[in-house]
Structures are given as C-alpha cells and as structure tokens.
Design a protein around this ligand. Structure first.
Ligand code: LUZ
Ligand code: MOS
Length: 751
C-alpha cells in the first residue's frame, strides 16, 4: 500500500499549518528573543515599536494571566523572561501586528538594556560550578570494582558528540482562534497536542476543556516538536485570548534555528576492560549532558542515554553515571534516538580505542560481545528474541564484508591519494517511553450509515507514515477496502490525554488502541448479522466486505450490513484504550523491565576518502534490519533511509558552533550543512531479517522511527579506518562530527 499522503505531497495539496485559510482579522505575531546568553534585563523600551501603525499590542511576562511557566517535566522555564535571561534567543516579548512584516519592523525598534554576565556553554565547566539541571543518576550492574582486577586490558578515554539541528522543513508555528465563551481553538505544529493543551491551560489560567488543539500533519519534527512546539502555541493563545482575535505565529527559519533547542551535545569519559579473549568484562562511563538553560525533556533523554550505555553488547559489570549540566544555550531537546545515539557513540569509541591499541579490528571485539538470548541488560531486563548476532551475521554473509575488506585493503595499497574504510555498526534500541505511564493510547472509530469509516487517534502524522499504517490496521481488522476509511485530524476534543507521538511508538500504541476499537465493532457487527440471518454468532465471519456463513459468502454486503445494524439501533462508534502490558521500572533501584521489546539491526558503512582535500564520500550503506512482519515495507524503508542519512549527517558534517558569548554561529543553511543528495550515500541497501516480530508490536510490525538513525554512527568509524589507512599514527579524537576539516587535520597529525 502506498503512503496515503503521497499524492497530496507531490502535488502540493497537503495541508500544513501555513496552508490553513486565515480568518478575517487574523493578526500575526513574532517573538523578541534575548540578544545575550546570560544576564539581567535592566530596562526595555517598547515605545518606538508600539506607535508603528498596524501594531496591535506588545506582550511581556507581566501580561500572562496564569503561570509564566512552560517546563514540561520540571517547572524551570518561563514563557517570557522576567528579569533574567539565560540563553540567546530566549523569548522576552511578543509583538502582535496586522501582518508579519509590521511585527518584524516593530521588533527591530525594541530596545533592551542588559547587564551581561559571562555565559557557561561547556557542560564540564557547568558541572564544576555545580550547575546541574536536576540530580545525577547512576545505573549499575555486576561488581565493577572487582571486575577491573579480572581484566587483561583496560583503556580509558573521552568522547564528544555535538548538537544537531532538527531542520524540519516546516518551522515551528501555531494559529489560535478565539471561540465563543472564551474558549480557544489552536492549530499547532506539534507532536504533542495534549502537552500544548495542558501548557496553554496553565499559562492562561483556564481549564483544559476550554482548549481544543487540532493537528492535520507536520512537515517534519524529529523530536523537535515533542516539547518545543508549546511555547509558540502559548504565545498565540495568549495574544488571541487577550485581543479576542485570531493570532498566528510561524517562525522564520533563522528565528527557529536561533530560538529552539537541538540534540544534546555530550562530553563523556569511558573506561573499558577486556579479558584476554577480548570479552568486555567491565565498562564504566560518565556522561556530561549539555542540557542548556532549562530542563525541557533532558531528564528523560538522560535516562535513555543510561539505558543504551552498552548498545548491542552484553557487559556483565557496568557503571554508567550521568549529569545534566545547565548552560547558557537554548534548552536542548528530544531528537530521533533521544539520548541513545550519544551513549552508543561512547561505547563504540571505547571499543575502537581498545581495538586500536590491541591491533585488532573493532569488528572482532564487537562481534565477540554481541548480546545473546537471556542476557541481562544492566538495568535488569532480560533480553528476549535477541537478533544482534543474527543481524551481524546477515550483514557479513549477504554483503560479503570479509571480501569487501580485502578489496579495500588492496585498494588502499594501490592508491596514495584515496583511501577507503569500512565499519560495522550494530544497533539495539528499546521500544517504549521510558516513563511507563506514557505508554497508553486511545482511538475513536465511527462507522457511518453509508459504511464509510472515520478514525481518530492520538497519533500525529509528521511524514513518517503513521496514518497509512493506522488505515491498514483498520482495513485489515474490519476487512474492508481502505478507500472506505478516513484518518481524521488529531484533535484533543475527540481523543484526549494523548502521549506525544514519539519514542518510535506512534504506530504501536495508537495502532493497538485502534485494533481494540475495531475488534469491538466487529463483535457488534457479527452479533447484528447473526440476528439478521437468524443464525448463531459462531458461524458468522465478516471478510472482504461480505458476511460469510459457515465459510460461504452470503448476499449480505458491508454496506447493507451497516444500514441494517444501524436500523437495529446498534452503536456504530467504538473507543479503544490500550496500555502496554509487562513494562515497569523502579527508579529507586534503577532496575526493571522498561521496554516492550528491542529493535535490532546491523549496518556496514564504507567510505572513500580524498586524502589531499579531506573530503569523503559515503559509498555504501548495507543493512540487515529486524522489521518483524512489516506492515508497510515502502514506508519502513523510507524511515531506514532517512534515519541513516540523518545519523550520518550528525556524525560527519552537521556542526553547530557557538561563540564564546553563547551566540549561535551556524545560524543559517549557509553555515550549517546537512546531507544533500550529493552528500548522501551512493547506495543504501537493506535486507529484512527473517523474523516474525513480537506480539506487542502492532501486527508484529516493529517500531521503525528511531533505530535506523544510529546506523549512521558507523560512518564515523569507517572514516576513522580510512584515515588510519593513510596515516597509521594519525591522531583522531573521538570528537563528532568528523567534518572534512577535522579529517584533513587528522590525516597529517601524529608522528
Ligand atoms: N520521548 C519521551 C521519547 O518522552 N520518552 C522517551 O522515552 C522517548 N524515547 C524516544 C524518543 N522520544
Ligand atoms: Mo522523539 S526524539 O520525539 O521520538
């Protein structure tokens, strides 16, 4: 089945926030952000801006009717700065005008006087000064102190990974419309409509039921709109409520890049111990998460970092500690992988370091330590249906990596200027929100009198194809033609208390709820048909839009059935509620069974490096991935390709720079480089592992959103191998992204 949005997207007819027709009298708002990263607001002069014709009003913290607080997990983030500012771009005021141009013109005329302090941008420096966003956590297994004594080899080091801009094509935005009796309707480009509803209610000081949040689809999100769509919706809502006019905010790219949070940079220490058989006996790591100026989702992201400390490997003695460090940068936030990629980069760095000193290939150590069935993760969960070894073996067999390595060796002997490198990257990613209560969802299904079906869930379509998958689930379960089914917008009035569409779990959670609702309707229809045909229920089945009696097709067709059942006054609306079973986690011991299942896979990535210029090409990405029984191969492959390329971008070319003053240097697409079609791998191949998939995945189709991102980490280590082929003593820090500049420097480093 094709993605149901395909035609809309390529013809430009799909509706995004900016395509919603505007009501008469709509006003436009832009936010004024702090010029400085750390300081006090001494005074603010709004006068010159306020007198510009067309300016409706300028709002500041003082105008907030409810709480000036938008922190999702911890209450540490004001909507508008009051006296202190903690990052460049932190919203201070909102200018509302008849059009956007006027609002921007007015914004330029606002004068703010600051008392400036030195900003902190480095997480280790923040930790030294005691600047933590919340208390640190440590996950431990085995007996690390004694384990070191049993190690033949011990290596220590440091690994750094950088921030990453989400670069969703659709920037952040919201459109708020006043309804009767002081109620509000809010369109928002958000992954979490309920978070928006709840936070707007808090900021405006009104109950949640007065606010209806509606989302058609997003033009990309990648985690950037899990928590950080909220501020803009609060601003539009507040202005709309106060002025009793529709108010729209749609961020310009430069504002979006400057004002919103990105993937967390991490600085980490590692210590790894192996026995003489190269089994990893002990692993100790400390993560310094750069959290930015407020907690945002950092507690949950830090937690996922700790869960994924050992990636796909079994290590009996582990100690992983994490600090979330408060710096004067925009609050860092969710981004595809949610802290796991950062953890995996560290363990892969530790293995690479061990391999380098021991003069073996990293893949030798990787392979020996892959997780096996019934191994215990360091957080207490027992690994089941493990496919780490299987996916590794498939990559080696299907793509003949041994032969490829021999060819690369030959190539490297024969070429002075060009060198090639290959690396294998196994991935093991836990599926579920790590916060157990978030793993729930609801679906609302109406069968209309004409046999057509409307479906509402909490899932947000952001390009990942969740609506297509939901439609498939309903079509299969009701056994009707997909053409009869429509997926409605995501709306908090139809489906309430939703978890954000995140954690790769959108299709699983909402799909399971939908399945329950559809099964419920099936029961009622079968009961109805048995009454119409005057036979018992057991002999009836509904298949391919027809009623079957003891396996024989009857004349009773779907449309007629629905009509008759309706006339019999049977309820044709169902609500399904799903809460993931089996998962639990105890924070006091840091042990439990937090994940419903894990997604496994392995990628081989090969690169070709130009050793004169430091430039490189990603030649091939070859993956064996555990889809389970994929609901939609095209969509899942799209997620694999997009994820891998995005992961490679993070590891190689996407470099975010801040000045000493805490100002974003890479603030536009001329200075921030993401993979384009030329930088993307020349080929991406992906083979499905032959697995059935777990029952707790939607129709045994495993979660796909985030896991492929981490295959991209292989590009870093492939490049490293290519550099080493040119200069065996090259000094290459574990410092991602490995940009062409850094590659060039390291090619000619060392003895
Ligand atoms: N969001 C969240 C996530 O709130 N909790 C999670 O565990 C998570 N994991 C991945 C991506 N987003
Ligand atoms: Mo997320 S990183 O919003 O799944």
């Amino acid at each position: 089945m094709n993605n149901i949005d395909a035609i809309g997207h390529v013809t430009g007819r799909s509706v995004y926030l900016d395509d919603i027709p505007m009501q008469e009298g709509t006003l436009h708002a832009v936010a004024l952000g702090s010029d400085i990263a750390n300081g006090k607001i001494i005074s603010m002069d709004l006068q010159a801006a306020e007198v510009i014709p067309g300016v409706a009003r300028i709002f500041t913290a003082e105008d907030i009717p409810g709480e000036n607080q938008i922190g999702g997990i911890l209450p540490d983030e004001p909507l508008f700065a009051e006296t202190e500012v903690h990052f460049q771009g932190q919203p201070i005021a909102l200018i509302v005008a008849k059009d956007e141009f006027t609002a921007r013109k007015a914004r330029n005329l606002i004068k703010v006087n600051y008392q400036e302090f030195d900003p902190v941008t480095d997480p280790r420096q923040a930790k030294e000064r005691g600047l933590l966003l919340f208390p640190p956590r440590t996950f431990e297994s085995g007996d690390i102190d004694n384990a070191w004594k049993r190690c033949e080899y011990i290596f220590e080091g440091r690994a750094e990974s950088g921030a990453q801009e989400h670069l969703y094509i659709e920037t952040q935005g919201s459109y708020a419309i006043p309804m009767e009796n002081g109620n509000l309707k809010i369109y928002s480009s958000t992954q979490g409509p309920t978070i928006v509803q709840k936070t707007v209610a808090k900021v405006l000081g009104i109950p949640m039921h007065r606010i209806e949040v509606d989302v058609q689809r997003l033009g990309g999100a990648f985690g950037g709109k899990e928590d950080q769509a909220t501020a803009w919706a609060c601003m539009a809502a507040m202005a709309s409520q106060k002025l009793n006019k529709p108010v729209k905010i749609s961020l310009h790219r430069l504002d979006d890049m400057k004002m919103t949070g990105k993937r967390h940079p991490y600085s980490s220490d590692f210590k790894i111990g192996l026995n003489k058989d190269l089994k990893i006996i002990a692993y100790e790591t400390t993560y310094f998460q750069n959290g930015g100026a407020a907690a945002d989702l950092s507690p949950a992201i830090m937690e996922r970092t700790l869960f994924h400390a050992t990636n796909s490997y079994y290590i009996p003695n582990v100690k992983a500690a994490a600090y979330s460090c408060k710096t004067n940068l925009p609050p860092f936030t969710a981004f595809r992988g949610f802290g796991a990629p950062q953890a995996m980069f560290v363990i892969e760095s530790a293995i690479a370091k061990a391999a380098e000193v021991l003069k073996v290939s990293a893949s030798t150590i990787q392979e020996k330590n892959l997780l096996n069935e019934n191994d215990e993760f360091h957080y207490g969960q027992i690994a089941k249906k493990v496919n780490a070894g299987k996916s590794w073996k498939d990559v080696v067999d299907i793509y003949k990596t041994e032969e490829q390595l021999k060819e690369i060796e030959k190539f490297n002997e024969q070429n002075q200027i060009y060198k090639k490198g290959l690396s294998l990257m196994p991935v093991c990613f836990g599926i579920s929100f790590t916060k157990t209560p978030m793993n729930q969802a609801r679906a609302l299904v109406h069968i209309y009198q004409d046999g057509s079906v409307g479906i509402s869930t909490g899932a947000i379509e952001m390009g990942q194809g969740v609506n297509t998958k939901l439609l498939q689930v309903a079509a299969k379960t009701l056994s009707i033609n997909p053409d009869r089914i429509k997926i409605e917008t995501t709306n908090t009035t139809r489906v309430a208390n939703t978890s954000p569409t995140a954690a790769s779990s959108g299709a699983d959670l909402n799909g399971k709820a939908l399945l329950i609702a559809c099964n419920d309707l099936n029961e009622r229809l079968i009961a109805g048909a048995s009454k119409i045909l005057k036979v018992d229920r057991e002999s009836i089945k509904i298949k391919d839009e027809s009623v079957f009696l003891k396996g024989e097709k009857t004349k009773l067709h779907w449309k007629q059935l629905i009509e008759l059942v309706f006339l019999d006054r049977i309820n044709l609306t169902a609500v399904g509620h799903y809460a993931t079973p089996i998962i639990h986690f105890d924070k006091s011991t840091e042990k439990g069974h937090p994940f419903t299942y894990h997604v496994y896979g392995t990628a081989a990535i090969s690169v070709k490096l130009d050793c004169i210029r430091g430039r490189y090409e990603i030649e091939k990405v070859q993956i064996a991935h555990d889809f389970g029984t994929s609901l939609n191969k095209k969509i899942d492959l799209g997620q694999i390709e997009g994820g891998v390329v995005q992961g490679i971008g993070w590891m190689t070319m996407e470099e975010i720079g801040y000045s000493k003053e805490g100002k974003l240097l890479s603030n536009s697409l001329s200075t921030y480089k993401v993979p384009d079609i030329y930088a993307a791998p020349k080929s991406i191949e992906c083979k499905a592992l032959d697995t059935e998939g777990p029952d707790l995945a939607i129709m045994r189709s495993k979660a796909i959103g985030e896991p492929p991102f981490m295959y991209g980490i292989g590009a870093y280590f492939a490049l490293r191998n290519a550099i080493k082929a040119f200069n065996a003593s090259a000094k290459i820090e574990f410092d991602a992204p490995l940009t062409p500049e850094k590659v060039l420097m390291s090619l000619y480093s060392g003895d």
